[in-house]
Design a protein around this ligand. Structure first.
Ligand SMILES: C/C(=C\COP(=O)(O)OP(=O)(O)O)CCC[C@H](C)CCC[C@H](C)CCCC(C)C
Ligand SMILES: O=C(O)C1=CC(=O)c2ccccc2C1=O
Length: 303
């Protein structure tokens, strides 16, 4: 079960509800798209970068607030004390606050489109938001079919990175696409890990998450391959000459990958102990993304 076995202080519940570390999923794809664009063009538009970052953070705030709203309607969050709807007891406040964040985020992206006189970036971001809605909102609720990780891969990987790259360079790039595959996988790992401790609640609510489908043991095995693929793919792309050698810096995030697979390997069937694995996955995503991006920037710093 989600948290019903843990008595937590109100401050801790609010922190768990707001999930500050999760906002790195907004930062990393924008950082990677911008870093690859800088590596290829040696140009950097700081105004566009910071506007995109802020907008992405606002969009993730919408995603998380509206997730609590929609989950309150299916009963899946009944035991989740750190749901913002359960904490405030005011679903419509959270719903309208989430819409406000979405509108502000979209406004920032419209500003980028306006500066560029080009609507490509807003088109991609709107499609990401529509897919994000389809994960959790009625009548789709595709997350209940176990499709969340696939949606997560495409939206936070190829789509978000391409939008960030395009916002800087007004073109697309095969190196950006290759990097976005790594970011898509590392972001999907976070969502995948968020399901280990929720099997009982998910089954009760009819949610066929990947962990419900594979079992916790099967999920722990797949996690080895997914985590390993971040390093194997980067190594392969360096060997093929598609990535600068400096992207090998990603290896510095290997300790987080080891911590994650060992932790989940030991505790995959103990909800209380495995529940924090999502945040180990966030550390892996953040540091692997940061180091990968540095690999595109560092070789060009002296020009
Ligand atoms: C809200 C998400 C997961 C929470 O899932 P769950 O309900 O199982 O968790 P709780 O137990 O905490 O209730 C994330 C879902 C992600 C979704 C599949 C894709 C979203 C796409 C974004 C809108 C893309 C944003 C791109 C931006 C960086 C430009
Ligand atoms: O609350 C969560 O579990 C998640 C929130 C979130 O915004 C996100 C974004 C991308 C991948 C995974 C997740 C979550 O797991």
């Amino acid at each position: 079960m989600t948290t019903k076995f843990i008595a937590q202080s109100p401050n801790k519940l609010w922190l768990a509800a707001l999930k500050p570390p999760m906002y790195s999923v907004a930062i990393i794809p924008i950082w990677i798209g911008t870093a690859v664009a800088y590596g290829e063009t040696l140009n950097m538009h700081w105004g566009i970068f910071s506007t995109f970052l802020l907008s992405a953070i606002l969009i993730i705030a919408w995603l998380n607030l509206s997730n609590d709203v929609f989950d309150s309607e299916t009963g899946i969050d009944h035991n989740k004390h750190h749901s913002l709807v359960n904490l405030t007891g005011n679903k419509s406040l959270i719903f309208w606050l989430s819409n406000l964040f979405l509108a502000a985020g979209i406004l920032g992206i419209i500003a980028i489109a306006w500066w560029q006189r080009d609507w490509t970036v807003i088109g991609i971001v709107l499609l990401c938001c529509a897919l994000g809605y389809s994960y959790q909102g009625p009548p789709f609720r595709l997350g209940y079919q176990g499709l969340g990780e696939v949606i997560c891969f495409f939206t936070f990987g190829p789509m978000a990175v391409a939008a960030a790259y395009y916002s800087q360079a007004q073109s697309f790039s095969s190196m950006g696409l290759a990097a976005s595959i790594i970011i898509g996988i590392s972001t999907s790992i976070i969502l995948f890990c968020s399901h280990f401790h929720q099997v009982e609640d998910d089954i009760a609510a009819g949610k066929r998450s990947p962990i419900v489908r594979l079992g916790t043991q099967g999920g722990a095995k797949l996690l080895h391959w997914l985590s390993g693929s971040l390093f194997a793919l980067t190594g392969l792309l360096i060997a093929l000459g598609m990535f600068p050698v400096w992207t090998g810096l990603i290896v510095l995030s290997l300790p987080f990958a080891l911590e994650l697979v060992q932790h989940v390997g030991c505790y995959h069937d103990q909800p209380q102990k495995v529940s924090n694995c999502k945040f180990i996955a966030v550390k892996l995503h953040f540091w692997s993304g940061l180091f990968l991006g540095l690999g595109f920037v560092v070789p060009n710093l002296w020009y």
